[in-house]
Design a binder for this molecule. Structure first.
Ligand code: ANZ
Ligand code: ZN
Length: 802
């Protein structure tokens, strides 16, 4: 028997697979049952394929290969998300053009991905920075534009002075730029937005219809942040104007002792008295430098200034002061609040600091409490609230709302935390926004026939110091003719956020070469939605919300017949460095998969990494177990020489069925580590019982194939099969055989067998230990002895060390 020569075997099967086009999916095959298995595509950065990719893709591919063996027509595509900041920043750092570095990184990663042996349909690779692709990203922009969902508005935006670009809220991490960690500042500029807020309710209700991790669904819900409340009008003292506020607690109205405006609120100018003008202006200037996250943090020291003006609380007609503070945000509600210090933590801290009155109006026990030392934020009994006193706060809120409605001083209102999606970037490496500005006609969309608007090949592509897009410096790009009136006009010089590119890539995979339309409609009808999507939990909100949004828009515009793109979603966990810290190049603790491929082989590495930790949890890196994985595959390899055509032994039959069921269910649930444990036990069993039946051994090889495709194919061929193992069916099990399984566990004391017990197939270790100790003969040996240690070899032996 030759040794397991993984290098030769890997090469051989890679070539064979490529030649036979076994992973080329017939997308137009009507007869078969489709399965669209999508793994989020990588962006080509300097790190090349890192351990996180390998983890994700190994798991996702294992799942897809099982589906293939189960007879599904599986489509497993891959591509590159190659526009955007990571690629551009890498190019700047390396001092090369992003077009060049991106291509090099893609070539490198493609080779790595091919080595990893996933069943990708390489004929359908896509690349978002290819004009063939971004032509349709521009088309998508126009779909949104024509639907009235893409608008240019002046808005305060996060601006990174170092990257010289606008950042989305999500790219600002505790006040600093996600990419370069510089402090982010706020700027008021005209920007392009996609009005995702119009889809807030659809995005919420759709969450009920998809099978996604609970946590991800919750994150999306919170991100959308729907809250039902009341808009209340507070008349301004000595004026015919009023201030509206949004509150979720109208029941606390009698406790509103002051009001607060956001520094950006246009009312500030109108309301500030002459005496207060200079300190108000000073305060506003200071607030401008802060990011939203810093401003709203509950624990932060409160700051603020008095406008000099007053309002009237409509509940009791009391005169209350109007303040300005940065803990009130302009884009939420009305940018103004009624402050109820007794029942809101931030209001409480503010009132304490500026010595404003605190009036208790909700009581946990219906009694009054002097000198509250913190806000009571829960529901309770209304007090100090005129005719509403004594009502429970939840009912009270309804009653107060009615009362306000009758006086025309309030109405119910629903608010959302979700903001419109800022999609323009003053950066080079992205898809140009297909809009032309004409003096006469205004904003004119580029006609579809003129797409793509190609990204010009600029040698000076770095972000400009004035914050303008580098495209603005290229007159050949900027100057054009108006598509409507043919007069000289100028192009929009911004590029699109790379998250736009990745909203629709799963559609493009279906017909990547189609240059007449973004995707083939018939294929989309057959193949979508995606059956299984897999990717990192870091995409729980942005990417995965944007994909859903765009699908809903395309649906409403009549392009597709579904509106939830991914029926089922799984996240892989994160593999951290050995000490639990994040792997990163700067820390010098990244694991390079190639070295392991070379040293141990791809099958071993896939097996090892999926065995490392529960897939959805991830874990810290250690290559200690890799030799164990290698030895296991060596043992599998060696076992083929024993195989003959004998009938399986009776007990093998049971164990086989049990193993099939276990591994099948584990793969289906992405529990690869426990599936591998069962495969290891199964091999132990075959070795122990000297089971030589081909039938029993082939079950092992088939179940192992999705994780270790190379060795499985080779052994399968050695066992005289002509067809690929992936086209040879998936082992089936008999539910009864698998269920009624009992196993016999030998009981040892200090390594000597003293008895045995029969237990159910799914019996847990704890129960087995208990039963073993209770066995008659064993009890005799154990009496008066102290058990120092219990060693359980699953399904076989329990050993008590005394
Ligand atoms: C009075 C009140 C009393 C409030 C009380 C809360 C508790 P969610 O659930 O997040 O929607 N608020 C309204 N607009 C705001 C803004 N632009 N910036 C900062 N805070 C704002 O929260 C709604 C509550 O957040 C509102 O209800 C308001 O404070 C505050 F015991 O009004 B509440
Ligand atoms: Zn014109």
């Amino acid at each position: 028997m030759k040794k397991f020569d993984f290098k030769t075997i890997e090469k051989k099967w890679r070539d064979k697979w490529e030649k036979s086009e076994i992973y080329h999916t017939d997308l137009d095959d009507e007869a078969s049952e489709k399965f669209y298995n999508l793994a989020m595509f990588p962006y080509p950065s300097g790190d090349k394929l890192h351990i996180g990719h390998v983890y994700n893709y190994s798991g996702s591919d294992t799942f897809g290969r099982m589906k293939l063996m189960q007879g599904k027509n599986v489509f497993e595509p891959i591509g590159f998300d190659s526009f955007g900041l990571p690629a551009e920043n890498y190019a700047i750092k390396q001092n090369v053009h992003p077009a060049k570095s991106t291509k090099e990184n893609i070539d490198y990663m493609r080779r790595q991905l091919k080595e990893l042996g996933c069943m990708y349909d390489w004929g359908r690779e896509i690349n978002t920075s290819d004009p063939n692709y971004y032509k349709w990203t521009q088309w998508l922009f126009l779909v949104l534009y024509k639907a009235g969902l893409a608008k240019r508005k002046k808005a305060p935006v996060n601006f990174c002075p170092s990257c010289k670009t606008v950042l989305a809220n999500e790219q600002v991490i505790t006040g600093t730029c996600e990419r370069c960690e510089s402090r982010v500042i706020q700027k008021n500029i005209k920007q392009w937005f996609f009005e995702i807020t119009k889809y807030a309710d659809k995005l919420l209700s759709g969450l009920e219809r998809i099978d996604w991790p609970k946590k991800t669904i919750l994150m999306q819900k919170n991100w959308i942040g729907k809250s039902e409340g009341v808009l209340i009008k507070f008349p301004i003292f000595n004026s015919q104007f009023s201030i509206k506020v949004f509150t979720t607690r109208p029941d606390t109205l009698w406790g509103a002792t002051y009001m607060v405006l956001a520094p950006e609120n246009p009312l500030v100018k109108k309301l500030t008295t002459n005496e207060q003008k200079s300190i108000v202006e000073k305060y506003i200037k200071k607030a401008r430098g802060k990011t939203e996250l810093e401003r709203v943090a509950a624990e932060k020291e409160k700051t603020g200034v008095f406008t000099g003006n007053f309002a009237i609380n409509p509940a009791n007609n009391k005169k209350i002061p109007i303040w300005i503070s940065d803990y009130v945000m302009m884009p939420y509600g009305t940018g103004a609040i009624m402050a109820v210090p007794a029942h809101d933590e931030r209001d409480f801290a503010f009132a304490k600091k500026f010595d404003l009155p605190i009036i208790e109006v909700i009581s946990p026990d219906g009694k009054r409490h002097n000198d509250l030392n913190k806000a009571y934020i829960n529901q309770g009994v209304m007090i100090n609230s005129d005719e509403f006193s004594g009502k429970y706060s939840e009912e009270g809120a309804k009653a107060v709302t009615k009362w306000l409605e009758n006086k025309a001083a309030g109405r119910t209102k629903t608010e959302y935390k979700l903001r419109d999606w800022l999609i323009s970037r003053q950066r080079y490496w992205g898809a140009p926004i297909p809009i032309i500005f004409c003096k006469k006609c205004g904003e004119v969309p580029v006609p579809e026939k003129d797409l793509p608007i190609k990204l010009p090949e600029l040698s000076d592509f770095k972000p400009a110091a004035d914050g303008q897009s580098p495209l603005a410096k290229d007159p050949n790009f900027v100057n054009t003719k108006c598509p409507k009136c043919s007069r000289p006009a100028k192009r929009s010089t911004e590029t699109m956020d790379t998250f736009v590119c990745s909203t629709w890539y799963f559609l493009r995979y279906l017909s990547p070469d189609n240059n007449k339309e973004p995707f083939d409609k018939l294929r989309a009808r057959k193949w979508l939605p995606v059956d299984q999507c897999n990717g990192g939990a870091e995409h729980a909100v942005m990417h995965l919300l944007y994909v859903r949004f765009v699908a809903k828009v395309l649906h409403d515009q009549g392009y597709i017949d579904f509106d939830e793109p991914f029926i089922k979603l799984n996240h892989q966990g994160i593999i951290t460095a050995a000490d639990g810290s994040k792997m990163s190049k700067s820390r010098g603790n990244v694991v390079i998969p190639d070295e392991y491929f070379t040293k141990y082989g791809v099958d071993t590495f896939r097996l090892f990494i999926l065995f490392l930790a529960p897939f959805e949890q991830g874990g810290s890196w250690s290559d200690k177990g890799i030799l164990g994985a290698k030895r296991f595959l060596d043992r599998v390899w060696r076992y083929q020489k024993n195989i003959n055509n004998a009938k399986p032994k009776n007990e093998s039959l049971k164990i086989s069925h049990q193993t099939i069921k276990k591994v099948n269910d584990d793969y289906q649930g992405f529990h690869f580590n426990t599936a591998i444990a069962s495969l290891m036990e199964y091999l132990n069993f075959l070795e122990d019982k000297k089971e030589t039946s081909k039938q029993s051994f082939e079950i092992l090889i088939k179940l192992l194939a999705p994780i270790c495709p190379y060795i499985a194919e080779e052994i399968w061929e050695n066992l005289d099969h002509k067809k690929s193992i992936f086209k040879s069916g998936w082992p089936k099990y008999d539910e009864n055989l698998a269920k009624d399984m009992k196993m016999t566990i030998a009981i040892q004391i200090n390594g000597k067998v003293r008895g045995s017990i029969e237990v159910g197939a799914d019996e847990k270790e704890e129960k087995i230990t208990e039963k073993a100790q209770g066995e008659e003969n064993v009890q005799k040996y154990l009496s008066e002895k102290n058990i120092k240690k219990t060693i359980y070899v699953p399904r076989r032996i329990i050993n008590f060390v005394v």
